[in-house]
Design a protein around this ligand. Sequence first.
Ligand code: FMN
Length: 252
Amino acid sequence: MVIFFSGTGNSEYCARYIASIIGDEVIDSAVYIRSKQIAQLCSEKPWVFVTPTYSWQIPRVFKSFLRQSSLSGNKNAYFVMTCGGSIGGAASGILALCREKGLHFKGVAPIVMPENLITMFKAPPQEEADRIVQKAVPDIEKAAKLISEGRAFEKTKYNFLGFLESELSNPLFYKAAIKPEKFFSTDECIGCGLCSRKCVMGNITLKDAKPVWGSNCTQCMACIACCPKQAIEYGKSTKGKTRYYCKPFVKN
Ligand SMILES: Cc1cc2nc3c(=O)[nH]c(=O)nc-3n(C[C@H](O)[C@H](O)[C@H](O)COP(=O)(O)O)c2cc1C
C-alpha cells in the first residue's frame, strides 16, 4: 500500500507514479489527518510512505499519523522523501519510527522535486519546475523497481551535517518558522474556498467568504499555492513570488 502526505502535490505525484509501476493502491493520509480519524490499514504488499521533507525530517504531522495508525500485514516499509534539495539525516529518525512500529526499514529514497517553501525561498518558474520533475523521473522509477523486486533502497549517507540539520535545526524551524497568523487573503480573494478544501490539516474556515486560519498549521503551502487568484500572502515574504503546485500524475 502506498500512503502519501502532500501539500503541493510533489509527493502525491511520486506516490501515484510508484503505485502505477508496482500495481498497488494509493491512500492520501490527509483524509485521516483532516477528520482526526485513526487509520486501521492492512497491506499484503510492502508499505510505501511518500512524504515531503520538512526541515530535514518527515513532517511531524505525518510522523504522528504513522505513530497512531494501525498498520497490519506486511512488515516491510519503504520511505520516499521528496525535497527541494536534501533530506539531511532524516533516515535515522525514520529507522527509529520503524522500530517503534515493528516495521522492517527498507530504506529512504530522496527525490529532488521543485521547492515549494515560498515563505523562505523561491519556487521555480513553471518551465524550470517541469524540468526538475522530468529529471526526477529516473529516480522515481528506480525506487519503484527496487520496491517491486523487494530490494532495499541504497543507504543514505549520515554525517555530522545531517545530524545538525535533522536533529538540531528541525526543532528550531518548527518553533520559529511556522506562524499561521501570518497568512492573510488580499482583496483579490473571490471566496472560492479552494484553500480550505486543499488544507491538509482542515485548518482553514471561511468567514464572510474569506479564509480564516486556525492555529493547527504545518505550513505545507497548499493554501498559498493553490489559490487561483494568488490572493494569499504570508506576511511580506511571499509578495511577488511564483506559486508552485505540482501538475497531477497522468499514466502514459
Ligand atoms: C515546511 C517546509 C519545510 C521544508 N524543508 C525542506 C528541507 O529541509 N529540505 C529540502 O530539501 N526541502 C524542504 N522543503 C521543500 C519540500 O520538501 C519539497 O518542495 C517537497 O517536494 C514538497 O512536497 P509536496 O508538494 O508533496 O508538499 C520544505 C518545504 C516545506 C513546506
